[in-house]
Design a protein around this ligand. Sequence first.
Ligand code: SAM
Length: 734
Amino acid sequence: MDVADVTTKHRQALERYRLILKDAKKRQGERPRDRRPRDQAYEKFMMHFLMNKAQALTVGHILIHSSFVPPAYPPCTTSVEQLSRVFIADLQLETHHRGMYLLLRSITPTHRMSGVLALMEDENEDVMLLQLYQQEDEDTRKANDIVDVGTVLLVKEPFFRVTGDGEYGLRVDHLSDVICIEDSNARIPDKWQPRLVEIVDETSHSLRLKGNKAITSAKYREAITLYSNALLQPATEDEYDVIKRNRSLAFLKTKRFDAALADTGYPSFKPNPPEKALFRAAEALYNLERFVECQQVAQVLQTNFADNEQALVVLNRARSRVHEQQTGQYDFKQLQATAKHLKAPDLDHATYEGPIEVRQTNSKGRGVFVTQRVKAGELLLCEKAFSAAYPSQQADSSSKMKLLLNAETNKGFQGGQVDLIRMIVQKLYRNPSLAPAFKALYHGNYDAVTIPTVDGQPIVDTFLVERIMTLNVFGCPISSLASHRKLTAMDSKKEMAHESCGVWTMASYINHSCLSNARRSFIGDLMIVRACRDLEPGTEVLFWYQSPFISDAKDMEKKLENWGFICDCAICSDFKATKRSVIEGRVRLSKQIEESFKNTHNVQLNKVERLLEALTKTYRRPAAEIPRLLLWDSQLALTHIYYVKKNMSKTLESARKVLESLGFILTGADSSSTRFSVIKWGLMLDPLVETFLYARNAFAAMGLDEDAAKAEKYARTVYLIVVGEEETFDKSYP
Ligand SMILES: C[S@@+](CC[C@H](N)C(=O)[O-])C[C@H]1O[C@@H](n2cnc3c(N)ncnc32)[C@H](O)[C@@H]1O
């Protein structure tokens, strides 16, 4: 929805990949005889590694990391105990080795491209390239912390394939399909054991102390392993509690909030829970957006440890979120100010779900309905993103471009969208309690695995995430305020697609209509959905996925291709019922009008009026039923000219025509004694703020102050709907 489309741009690359896949398929089952010998493979890998490093250091060099998604395959759901071992020499091309696993050791440093790459050996000293996808980004975890020389990995049900450059490699798309094997693990073959083993009898206490030390040096993953091992050694109940509390901190630091919460003992704290347990439980609950529970824990914390000033801070923060969640009252001015200063605005606020509910529709699957009467401008939803990615946030460095092409679904993703898949996979993997809300989103006919965990790890199907993202992603500006101001300053008033994108789980249930009755706007990663008409209880909330300002129904079908449905709204139906010659005539007239505006110093107003009249006549049905999509833009340009010429009656008449062309029904939009009023709202667009302000100024010039005030009120309502809030109106329109 409003996401910049890269599929068309990369159609050739997709076609090329389709051919590679076709050729590779012919080799399915083959055990390749031309695998590179160890030394050669090592040399090639290291050469690429060093070249990539050098390029990354070259100022201004843009690295394009492109990657092709293989046909979707499910993650392994079998426990390691039930898998049998296989070796590199046994691997067959284009095959998922179901029921098997590989034990591999890295012989090179790690190379980060679109995935994490390393050259691995098996016990027979055969080597193979390993590509791990959806791993944490470089800013969160260095590639060599994931795999380094000597790291031993167990790859479950390995997928052996021909790579994009015609070589061979192992590809792991699902996080739970690879397990890092600790040095002490009995699976490590003798020949891989370090020659000098320091034999130390670790106790629970010594491991705990080592864990504490790791925490002090910010080595949180190491700390988690040490504490987990400490919990396997004999100790008293109290000692176990301390270890878990410490591990809870390490989990918080690595954003594993489910595990952090479980380690605090929540919800069944022992009597007199310690301060640290309460603090950590409150922190975990806050990050899981369970604000009511967080407030309850913080209340106990504040009551029991009143001397700790931090406890009150935690309590007040939770109270603010609960207030937002329950009332929909936000300090929007503050939100705008915060969002403005963040490159990736992950705003610390709660989701408010207003008078809406999700229900089954007759023909569009599930949809969102209003539960009570609402007025245009009313807040229906203010939702915090489940996950959002911004171009500046592209992992590793902003100069890197990521491209992901899926030949199966014929989709291309770029930058933020590629990051978004990884971010969601990581979030679900770390916090399985968040998975149901995400997995419940529409995913077409994708056949997802239902088993939630294996070998104690959550199963996150990367291809399900990709599919859900494709069908539910929203493009978003960093703030609609900034895009509104940009749009009003520009000549063309057409809306733009966005590079930033995200997933909002509640908003995802809203279906499309070109004749939308709601509109989304953004402040950072908060999506604000407001009614843009007056709605009766039980009305389905609809907004457009793609702006409907097209000249032909075919264009809309193309725009909605991704979602696999054809819009049957009144606008699209009317297009289909209109003769081709009429549609072509419209486009011709609209181009002629555009031409007439080109000579800005000498626009022939009579000619434009005549052409607009002719264009109006090409529409058969009343604009209140079928908005006239090709009219409003030129009519608004004309309004502006009349206004500059100080012809106020023409300004008002022209502003009225802009509104009416978009389906508004008005009274008193003239100098008569009938009071100015919107009887029915039409399509909602940013430039309508300006339109109502022209009307206000015209009314004021005619001495119709009451109508002028009403027109300004409507301008503010439009602003509220398109920007999300009204607080910045006076600054935007001084
Ligand atoms: C983001 S989901 C919207 C929620 C979805 N209806 C559900 O059940 O979860 C997008 C999908 O909803 C359906 N959809 C949305 N708008 C529609 C419309 N106007 N007509 C038919 N189907 C629509 C399509 O299947 C589309 O791929």
